[in-house]
Design a protein around this ligand. Structure first.
Ligand SMILES: *[C@@H]1O[C@H](CO)[C@@H](O)[C@H](O)[C@H]1NC(C)=O
Ligand SMILES: *[C@@H]1O[C@H](CO)[C@@H](O)[C@H](O)[C@H]1NC(C)=O
Length: 185
C-alpha cells in the first residue's frame, strides 16, 4: 500500500471516532431519515396490497405501551429491539413474496446500520434504569412471534408476506410518530 492509502485510512479512523459521539446527538434526526427511507423502500419492494389477501388479514396487536414509557431511554431500547425483530422477520424465506430484491436489500441494510448505531449510543447506558425493560421486551417478542408463526403457518406464501409487510409499515409509522416527539422533548 502506498503512503497515500495509509493517510486515507488514518483520516478515516479519525473521522469515525469523531463522528460517533456526534452521531449519537443526532440520533433522532437520523432515525427519522432511516424510518422515512424504510417506509419508502417497503412501498417500493412490492405492489399495492393484493385484494385477494384481505380475507387472510390478521390482527397482531402491536403493544403500543412500549412506545409510551416515561423514560426516553426505555423507548430508544424498545425501538432498537423493534428494528432487530423486523430485520429478523425479513431475513428468511422471502422468495414467495416476489419482491424487488434490491429494495429489500436496501431496506435490510438501512435497518442494520441503524441497529448498530443504536447499539453504540444506547447500550452503554443500559445497566442503570428501568423496571419496564423486561416487560417491554417480552411484549415485543410475543408480538413478533405472532407474525413469525403466522408466516410459518401460511408457509411464507405471498399473502402472508403482504400482510406482514403492511403490518411492518404500520409499526414503522408508529415509531415515526414517537421519534418526532422524542426530538421535540
Ligand atoms: C427495484 O428497486 C430499486 C431500488 O430501490 C429500483 O432502483 C429499481 O428500479 C426497482 N426495480 C423494479 C423492477 O421495480
Ligand atoms: C422456510 O419455509 C419453509 C416452509 O414453510 C420451512 O420449512 C422452513 O423452516 C423455513 N425456514 C426458516 C428459516 O424459517
Amino acid at each position: 500500500m502506498n503512503t497515500f492509502g495509509l493517510v486515507q485510512i488514518g483520516l478515516m479512523l479519525l473521522c469515525t471516532t469523531n463522528t460517533s459521539s456526534l452521531q449519537c446527538n443526532h440520533l433522532p434526526l437520523q432515525q427519522r431519515k432511516v424510518i422515512e427511507n424504510s417506509l419508502q423502500l417497503l412501498d417500493k419492494m412490492g405492489k399495492k396490497f393484493p385484494l385477494q389477501c384481505l380475507r387472510e388479514k390478521t390482527s397482531f396487536r402491536f403493544p403500543q405501551q412500549v412506545l409510551k414509557a416515561r423514560q426516553k431511554e426505555t423507548i430508544k431500547v424498545a425501538i432498537e429491539e423493534i428494528f432487530q425483530h423486523i430485520f429478523y422477520i425479513f431475513s428468511k424465506n422471502v422468495t414467495l413474496a416476489a419482491w424487488n430484491g434490491t429494495a429489500l436489500e436496501q431496506f435490510q441494510n438501512g435497518l442494520y446500520q441503524q441497529i448498530e448505531q443504536l447499539e453504540a449510543c444506547v447500550i452503554k447506558k443500559r445497566t442503570n434504569y428501568f423496571q419496564n425493560k423486561e416487560v417491554n421486551r417480552l411484549k415485543l417478542k410475543k408480538y413478533f412471534q405472532k407474525i413469525d408463526c403466522f408466516l410459518k403457518d401460511k408457509q411464507h406464501n405471498l399473502c402472508s408476506w403482504e400482510i406482514s409487510r403492511a403490518e411492518m409499515r404500520r409499526c414503522l409509522q408508529l415509531i415515526d410518530k414517537v421519534v418526532r416527539k422524542l426530538k421535540e422533548a
